[in-house]
Design a protein around this ligand. Structure first.
Ligand code: NI
Length: 247
């Protein structure tokens, strides 16, 4: 059940049975020569809809712009600074708390969001912990679930792509978007075939170290068939994890 396609009365009815919601969160940033700029938002959104179909979970609108300052030297990348993203998360969660939601499952597609998400959760907990009038015995719970860490996904990525998987513009994330959006599959030369690895600092340094945007990956190996396998494995792992979170 997607919030954007629901009425307020349907949300009222949903709240009779569940206080949990899945919020896909990603990023809008370059993903190398053949990866879509929307990759990190498209992946968790696609998977969230799959999890929603199996569990009946309500899916919030995707937070499509995240913390991506290190990608800004590539055309098209957009970032929120960490303090802005914290404010966005707080405002979304507090809006939903007002309606009775208590459990917030952030299905994440971007490693660069993790630290900021956890900082936002700490702000939210502090706000509710420090206001005695707001205290509720049921409590507010937030979780970040990285789709690439869902049960079975890392092992499948390793089996499919070995050490060519990399850590940015990975074979797995590019494959998943190729499966979900077959009309947007791109092909490009990879030179060198496997990208270098190294640390991440600011945007200028990133572009110097990783000239075509990839880190450690060879996404010319990406394919929609692999994407379908990753989709099925990730949805199964995330369904189990979401149900545990709600339980
Ligand atoms: Ni990505």
């Amino acid at each position: 059940m997607e919030l954007r396609f629901s009425t307020w009365r349907e949300v009222d009815a949903y709240l009779e049975n569940s206080r949990a919601i899945i919020i896909p969160i990603g990023s809008t940033e370059q993903h190398g020569p053949n990866g879509l700029i929307g990759t990190d938002a498209l992946c968790p959104e696609t998977l969230a809809i799959g999890v929603g179909a199996q569990t009946g979970a309500l899916i919030a609108p995707t937070v499509s712009v995240g913390m991506a300052q290190h990608h800004l030297a590539f055309s098209g990348s957009i970032t929120l600074r960490p303090s802005t993203l914290i404010a966005v998360i707080q405002d979304m969660v507090n809006s939903l708390i007002r309606h009775g939601f208590k459990a917030f499952y952030f299905l994440n597609g971007h490693g660069g969001n993790i630290a900021t998400l956890n900082a936002a959760f700490s702000e939210i907990y502090a706000q509710w912990s420090m206001d005695p009038a707001a205290m509720d015995p049921a409590g507010v719970r937030c979780k970040v679930a990285n789709w690439w860490e869902a049960n079975g996904v890392l092992a499948l990525s390793r089996k499919l792509f070995g050490d060519q998987e990399g850590s940015h513009a990975t074979c797995s994330e590019v494959s998943l978007t190729q499966y979900a959006y077959p009309d947007s599959v791109k092909s490009a030369e990879m030179d060198p075939p496997q990208a270098p690895t190294g640390p991440i600092y600011d945007a200028v340094d990133y572009r110097r170290r990783f000239p075509d945007g990839r880190i450690g990956s060879n996404p010319s190996l990406a394919n929609p068939g692999a994407g379908e396998q990753l989709y099925r494995t990730a949805v199964a792992g995330l369904v189990a994890d979401y149900q545990k979170f709600c339980g």
